[in-house]
Design a protein around this ligand. Structure first.
Ligand code: ARG
Length: 570
């Protein structure tokens, strides 16, 4: 519809191009003003006429244009505006005929192309905290979005599982730890040992040397050192996987920093050959002052590689292995410089593609102002505890709202809605903004929340459950039934789906989907208030069921694109 409006305007106006017309086109706030409105003020200057006269002139031309066809009820002027009133049943037909297809929203445009997404990537021996929850949720949603557009996506978990901190941990474990404690408490105990190391190292400097020596041993492949490291690794991964399972998420590759430990020598060699390495107080760096950036550290004084070295090795490995068109990195804003440096070094190594293909996707903080969140040792907040708390809170609400569900149904619904509520809250605002964490809002069944969207989905399901024999494939729809304002508004939302998915992919912005899901749910609930669905007259019933069916499927797809599940009853 919009395309046609723009085309008609373009045929009637000489002084503006399509892009300018499209930008100026407005969606009027009230149905009395039509479905699209074009303001003519801007043309007054070039056309040297009063805007309302210009509007009339344009309107006349358009009404005489053959292309106008029967797509509009009327096109008329109001002051300086040309207002377009869509032919509502034709509009309903166009939208429903495309949206009733199972494939509506999917696309094959990404076929043959691979996107790597590096996300989640928690640090071994450290807790999976709220910050990691954000990268996990954003990365997973980007995976779903690009998958929907037909891309092959490689989900990569770049675990922080290598580096001097493991030398410290080994020292602490050997001095003050015990096998039983680590076995019993897992990451919590490893964190305690790590903090203890720093306390003790303040008093005794030799501990730092000892730690360096242990990490050096790890790098040389020392059996004992690696065995302890591997044990800590396994314990941590098990805990991380428990969180992923709770969230219903998976990865294609757990290739963390340690995976690149035998690949950093090649990085150093290549940088040396291309004359990019300089000495700086015994360390090796790539000077980036020409690009207004701090130098990228490649080798420390003691010759060990660092975070950036392993990231460079990782880009090379991924390019070679997956031949990606894009590699996305979802981390907090504080790593902006790090990625700018790594990407620049890749470019300096002669990789033209690095400029457009390597993309850092930053996000804001989680602000917990005033919220009481359960903590384990050392006041640390675990993502897992937040998810469990959400599940419990939703369980209480479901127990009250829907006591007739079976225990099994209640459990499933609480998990899916509870986890979903936290994910939705995270994804609802632009990712760069800080996320505010307020239980009362997150788990509410009303407002812009996950439970609200899920509840609307369940409502659609229940409506359809209660109607016998509806089948979208054979449904004979009377489009004129769907020309009332509430139906038209809902159909307009349904019509937006493809644009929404594209926009979210282009901007790497799941919030576009989350907001759309709320808009769609609201439009459906208005439609539902205005229109009875289970009426006797078959044509009306079937036509309204069809819209309900389509809404339900899009809500489910949108939730899925956010990494959130659905339940039929809650
Ligand atoms: N482990 C890092 C952290 O917790 C994130 C790793 C991000 N990915 C990467 N390739 N550097 O901050």
């Amino acid at each position: 519809m919009k395309t046609l409006v723009i085309e008609l305007l373009n045929n009637a106006i000489d002084d503006l191009d399509i892009a300018e017309i499209s930008e100026a086109l407005e969606q009027p706030p009230k149905p009395e003003l039509g479905d699209f409105a074009f303001p003519c003020f801007r043309l007054a200057k070039t056309m040297r006429k009063a805007p309302n006269l210009i509007a009339e002139e344009i309107c006349e031309k358009i009404n005489a244009d053959d292309k106008r066809g029967n797509s509009f009820e009327k096109i008329e002027t109001k002051g300086a505006y040309v207002n377009f009133f869509a032919n509502k049943s034709l509009f309903a037909e166009t939208v429903i005929e495309k949206a009733r297809q199972d494939s509506y929203g999917s696309s094959s445009e990404g076929n043959g192309k691979t996107i790597c997404i590096d996300y989640s990537s928690p640090n071994v021996a450290k807790n999976f905290h709220v910050g990691h929850l954000r990268t996990t949720v954003i990365g997973n949603s980007l995976y779903k979005i690009f998958d929907k557009l037909g891309y092959n996506v490689e989900r990569i978990n770049h675990l922080g599982d290598w580096g001097t901190q493991f030398g410290k941990l080994i020292v602490a474990y050997k001095r003050w730890g015990s096998e039983e404690e680590v076995k019993e408490k897992g990451i919590e105990e490893l964190m305690r040992l790590y903090v203890l190391f720093h306390d003790e190292a303040d008093k005794d400097e030799s501990l730092e040397d000892e730690a360096r020596a242990w990490f050096h041993k790890m790098e040389l492949g020392d059996e004992e050192a690696l065995a302890i490291w591997k044990w800590f690794f396994d314990i941590s991964l098990e805990e991380f996987k428990r969180v992923y399972k709770l969230m219903g998420m998976e990865f294609d590759h757990y290739t963390g920093e340690s995976f690149y430990r035998d690949k950093t020598d090649d990085v150093v060699k290549e940088l040396t050959e291309k004359n990019l390495l300089t000495d700086s107080e015994g360390a090796k760096i790539v000077d980036l002052s020409e690009y207004d950036m701090a130098p990228c550290l490649i080798l420390k004084k003691d010759g060990s590689s660092i975070y950036a070295t392993r990231d460079i090795a990782a880009v090379e490995y991924r390019k070679k292995t997956y031949d990606f068109t894009k590699c996305l990195y979802v981390t907090g804003q504080e790593q902006k410089l790090h990625f700018a440096q790594v990407f620049k070094v890749m470019e300096l190594l002669g990789n033209e593609w690095a400029k457009d293909s390597l993309i850092h996707i930053p996000y804001g903080l989680v602000s917990l102002s005033g919220e009481k969140l359960s903590t384990r040792g050392g006041n640390v907040i675990y993502a897992e505890d937040i998810l469990k708390e959400a599940i419990n809170k939703i369980r209480e609400i479901i127990d009250e709202k829907n006591p007739d569900l079976t225990e099994e149904q209640k459990e499933e619904a609480s998990r899916i809605v509870g986890v979903g509520s936290v994910i939705f809250n995270d994804l609802y605002n632009q990712r760069i903004k800080d996320v505010s964490f307020k239980w009362e809002h997150i788990t509410s069944f009303e407002g812009e929340t996950g439970p609200y969207v899920q509840y609307t989905y369940a409502r659609c399901s229940s409506i359809l459950r209660n109607i016998d024999g509806f089948d979208i494939n054979s449904a004979d729809i009377d489009y004129s039934v769907l020309s009332d304002p509430a139906s038209t508004e809902l159909l307009k939302e349904i019509d937006r789906l493809e644009d929404i998915i594209h926009e979210s992919a282009e901007r790497y912005e799941p919030s576009v989907i989350a907001r759309y899901a709320v808009d769609l749910a609201q439009a459906f609930n208005r439609f539902y208030t205005e229109n009875r669905i289970a009426v006797d007259e078959e044509k009306i019933r079937i036509s309204r069921c069809a819209v309900t069916y389509i809404t339900r499927r899009i809500l489910r797809d949108c939730l899925d694109l956010l990494g959130i599940g659905c339940v039929e009853q809650m």
